[in-house]
Design a protein around this ligand. Structure first.
Ligand SMILES: O=C(O)CCC(=O)C(=O)O
Ligand SMILES: [Fe+2]
Length: 359
């Protein structure tokens, strides 16, 4: 806890940052040479940033070539199952999305964030509807702020009006979403098969019926050893698809230490979210990950799409097919609405969301 004498000043600084509505990029544009104190992370986090990476493991890359050919498909399902039930992360290549769709989307997200502050400020808000600019969604709940801004666009089940998407990136964002949705559907089918279920079983539960696009921008940071690009967390939803530029900085937590998720050109990074961990009764794992702040003058850009249930009033919990007297349900049942309420009223951190729903 910060000393009480600091609190009033800290709250003042948080408000000042929030009211500027121009995020971290706004600070960088103003020419700062040191980071405001609200971004300085506690010593226990800073300690882990020192180069003590674990290099004994690599996040698997899985080639989807031949996924619809019997014989090939089973092998791919095995690889996916193995990754999903251990590290919870993998990259896929030969997924069918043309590379230029990614290049254009990354460039367009960059162009959005690089507009003048006054152009972006009207989009700065906390609500998740429609289109918004976010920086530190959990600013007033967290111990320290992080060095990242995000353009958020809602797709299903309540899609933003395309006209609301800033023109500078509209076409590219829509095209990216249109092209990657079938990959999410394919993967959900393969993950379903990996659990011994029919291809369509997870999709029937509307598990990817909710889709949130985020275009992340990690600007140059003058003191990258005092803060973080995005702190350690698990993703709350079902499945996340992510692409990144070639800067690097995304790390996944293994029990031996942090492992760099190295950019593979044209690959899509896939990770299992908390809800899929719960629904699969922990066959699949939702694993902590984080992003380091950038010391290079170039920003790092990534795009994630979070896939969530589309039916917020529906009840979710471990699938009955995956529980037995030997393997009873680890979690209780809940509505996705309750689940989201819990998520948005706390700090996004590494205290895993599923713990709230453990039996
Ligand atoms: O930017 C990245 O590479 C990761 C972002 C992330 O983990 C998230 O937004 O949940
Ligand atoms: Fe994440």
């Amino acid at each position: 806890m910060a000393p009480t004498t600091d609190s009033a000043q800290r709250i003042q600084e948080l408000k000042q940052f929030d009211e500027a509505k121009t995020g971290v990029k706004g600070l960088v544009d103003s020419g700062i040479t040191s980071i405001p104190s609200i971004f300085i992370n506690p010593p226990e986090v800073l300690e882990t940033l020192k180069p003590s990476r674990y290099t004994g493991a690599e996040i698997p890359t899985i080639d989807l070539t031949g996924v619809n050919i019997p014989g090939h498909r089973e092998k791919i399902v095995d690889q996916i199952k193995s990754a999903a039930s251990t590290v919870g992360f993998f990259q896929v290549i030969n997924h069918g999305v043309p590379l230029e769709v990614f290049d254009h989307a990354i460039a367009a997200v960059g162009a959005f964030h690089e507009q003048p502050g006054e152009v972006k400020a009207p989009l700065y808000k906390r609500g998740v509807e429609g289109v918004s600019l976010k920086s530190n969604q959990d600013l007033f709940h967290s111990k320290a702020a992080y060095w990242r801004d995000t353009l958020m666009v809602q797709f299903d089940p309540k899609p933003a009006d395309p006209k609301e998407i800033p023109e500078v990136c509209r076409k590219q964002v829509l095209e990216y979403h249109r092209q990657t949705l079938p990959v999410a559907e394919l993967l959900l089918g393969l993950l379903s098969e990996g659990l011994g279920l029919s291809t369509g079983r997870l999709k029937e539960l509307t598990l990817i019926g909710g889709q949130t696009f985020v275009g992340n921008y990690y600007p140059y940071c003058p003191q990258p050893d005092l803060t973080i690009g995005f702190r350690s967390h698990t993703d709350a939803g079902v499945l996340t698809l992510l692409i990144q530029d070639d800067m690097g900085g995304l790390q996944v937590k293994y029990k031996e230490g942090w492992v760099d998720l190295k950019p593979v050109p044209g690959a899509i990074v896939i990770n299992i979210g908390d809800l899929l961990q719960i629904i699969s009764n922990e066959e699949y794992k939702s694993i902590n990950h984080r992003v380091l702040a950038q010391s290079s003058p170039e920003p790092r850009i990534s795009i994630a799409t979070f896939y969530n249930p589309g039916a917020v009033e529906d009840v979710y919990g471990p699938l009955p097919e995956l529980t037995s007297p030997e393997k009873p349900a680890i979690y209780r049942e809940f509505t996705f609405k309750d689940y989201l309420t819990k998520f948005f009223t706390k700090e996004i951190d590494s205290t895993s969301q599923p713990n709230h729903f453990r039996k």
